[in-house]
Design a protein around this ligand. Structure first.
Ligand code: KIV
Length: 269
């Protein structure tokens, strides 16, 4: 059964699984309580992505994110959105084999209220996913372009360009579904291929940079709000010019401080 609060029906794992071919899933990353509270009644799934290592901590890639860091941010998100379906992204090196993966997943469930974890990998990680799901851990899989493989792959590369890779991606999707994953993130995959993958499984696929034929979409919150100025990947849509709005507001504050118009009489005790 799903939870209804203030007329908002929050997602649960069964509703997510059953959404395929009925309702597209809206997923957004979030790293803190303030924004979790803003997003909780709008997005179906809140993902505490290890992208926070880049967009929050300013690092070059996601690889140095730690489990402690992920749990810290997930606790904050769950405080701001206690009923929402929150997924914690397992960081690099925390699921290298079945034993380590289960130990770390149990730590996540014991220390924060994440409803599920996400791990990157396809057929190569199916055994680990099976071990986790057999031990009551809800797993969202992540295939295609996998940021945690950036150094071993020599960069971020769009997937699905050759027949061999298309076959591999479909095998990956089927393997993680068979292992018990409840949904699959498909990142950086050619749109037509993401469509084929989506049609080849019975669980929902959530695309990022993979076109419009998946069962849902995920975006990094700071990307979609236009807060990241350095560059805009082709697949990102800016729903707000966040960076210029924030800078304009802070400049106005500075001006008001300098000309002594802030605080006014109404703003003092
Ligand atoms: O870390 C992250 O934010 C992610 C999403 C972009 C899917 O893995």
């Amino acid at each position: 059964m799903s939870i209804i609060k203030n007329n908002v029906e929050y997602m649960n794992i069964n509703k997510i699984k059953n959404s395929k071919n009925k309702q597209k899933l809206t997923v957004i990353t979030v790293y803190d309580s303030l924004f979790a509270n803003l997003f909780k009644e709008i997005a179906d799934i809140l993902l505490v992505g290890d992208s926070l290592n880049m967009s929050f901590a300013g690092k070059e890639d996601t690889l140095s994110a730690t489990l402690e860091q992920m749990i810290y941010h997930t606790k904050a998100v769950c405080t701001g959105a206690s009923k929402a379906f929150v997924v914690l992204d397992m960081p690099f090196g925390t699921y290298t084999n079945k034993k380590i993966a289960l130990k770390n997943a149990v730590k996540v469930y014991q220390e924060c209220n994440a409803k599920a974890i996400k791990i990157e990998g396809g057929e190569d990680r199916a055994g680990i996913i099976k071990h986790l799901t057999s031990n009551s851990i809800a797993v969202m899989a992540h295939i295609g372009l996998m940021p945690q493989y950036v150094r071993s792959e020599g960069g971020y590369k769009v997937r699905g360009k050759t027949q061999e890779d298309i076959n591999k991606l479909i095998k990956d999707a089927k393997a993680v579904e068979k292992a018990g994953a409840f949904a699959i993130v498909i990142e950086g995959v050619i749109s037509e291929v993401a469509k084929k993958i989506t049609e080849s499984v019975n669980i929902p696929t959530i695309g990022i940079g993979s076109g419009n034929n998946t069962d849902g979409q995920v975006l990094v919150w700071s990307d979609m709000l236009g807060l990241f100025e350095d560059f805009k990947p082709k697949f990102v849509r800016h729903y707000m010019n966040g960076a210029s709005l924030v800078k304009k507001a802070v400049n106005e504050y500075r001006k008001d401080v300098q000309n002594s118009s802030f605080p006014s009489k109404d703003e003092e005790y």
